[in-house]
Design a protein around this ligand. Structure first.
Ligand SMILES: *[C@@H]1O[C@H](CO)[C@@H](O)[C@H](O)[C@H]1NC(C)=O
Ligand SMILES: *[C@@H]1O[C@H](CO)[C@@H](O)[C@H](O)[C@H]1NC(C)=O
Ligand SMILES: *[C@@H]1O[C@H](CO)[C@@H](O)[C@H](O)[C@H]1NC(C)=O
Ligand SMILES: *[C@@H]1O[C@H](CO)[C@@H](O)[C@H](O)[C@H]1NC(C)=O
Length: 180
């Protein structure tokens, strides 16, 4: 089930590849390549096989994030920045139960960190009340993911669920880059 889902998203990702606009600036292109690499690395993380259907959970994505066309350009930068920072923190947790290739996870962390670095200078220093509120909601979303992992004691199944969620996050980030 999870594998079939990943396949569908992978196909979607391929189509979005062909849609890459020629008018992208260099930050957009860097982010786009980085996020695509991360999504591919997540797909390659195939460790211990186990049926994890029962472990599924809704992490409740903040409403604003579901409607990126409502976001201001500056907020979009901040959203991607926060997402990448949290993803970086998640994959530094203990994944020894999964049998994942450590080199792949290190590459994932490296790519994520590089994108964070590219974005850092573009973050708007003027924080609005709206962006603070959005940031808090985003943080709670990732807090729920981390709490889930901890509660499940970083089990193989819990990691698989999180892997899929983060994979979808990268597909989402790739879409968000359009709004930068
Ligand atoms: C894991 O994925 C890689 C590349 O995606 C593939 O070459 C390999 O055979 C897979 N390994 C297992 C155990 O499924
Ligand atoms: C990671 O978890 C495993 C058990 O799943 C444990 O044996 C190991 O000590 C943990 N590593 C760290 C660094 O906490
Ligand atoms: C882990 O992945 C790296 C990079 O793809 C590869 O070179 C290496 O052989 C893999 N290690 C194992 C144990 O599969
Ligand atoms: C993470 O992935 C889910 C699943 O597709 C997606 O709905 C959500 O928007 C992503 N989370 C964030 C914070 O964008």
């Amino acid at each position: 089930m999870i594998n079939r889902c990943i396949l569908q998203i992978a196909l979607l990702l391929c189509f979005s590849t062909t849609a890459l606009s020629m008018s992208y600036n260099s930050l957009q292109i860097q982010l786009w390549h980085g996020s695509l690499t991360c999504a591919k690395l997540l797909l390659q993380l195939n460790g211990t096989t186990e049926d994890c259907l029962n472990e599924r959970i809704n992490f409740k994505v903040p409403k604003e994030i579901k409607e990126p066309q409502q976001l201001q350009k500056e907020d979009t930068t901040l959203v991607i920045f926060e997402m990448l920072n949290n993803i970086f923190d998640i994959f530094r947790k203990n994944f020894s139960s999964t049998g994942w290739n450590e080199t792949l996870v290190e590459n994932l962390l490296g790519e994520t960190h590089l994108q964070i670095h590219h974005l850092k200078s573009k973050i708007n220093k003027k924080v609005t009340l709206e962006s603070i509120r959005m940031n808090l909601r985003l943080k709670s979303y990732y807090w729920r993911i981390m709490d889930y992992l901890e509660t499940k004691q970083y089990s193989n199944c819990a990691w698989k669920i999180v892997q899929l969620e983060i994979f979808r996050n990268f597909s989402f980030i790739i879409m968000l880059i359009d709004y930068l």
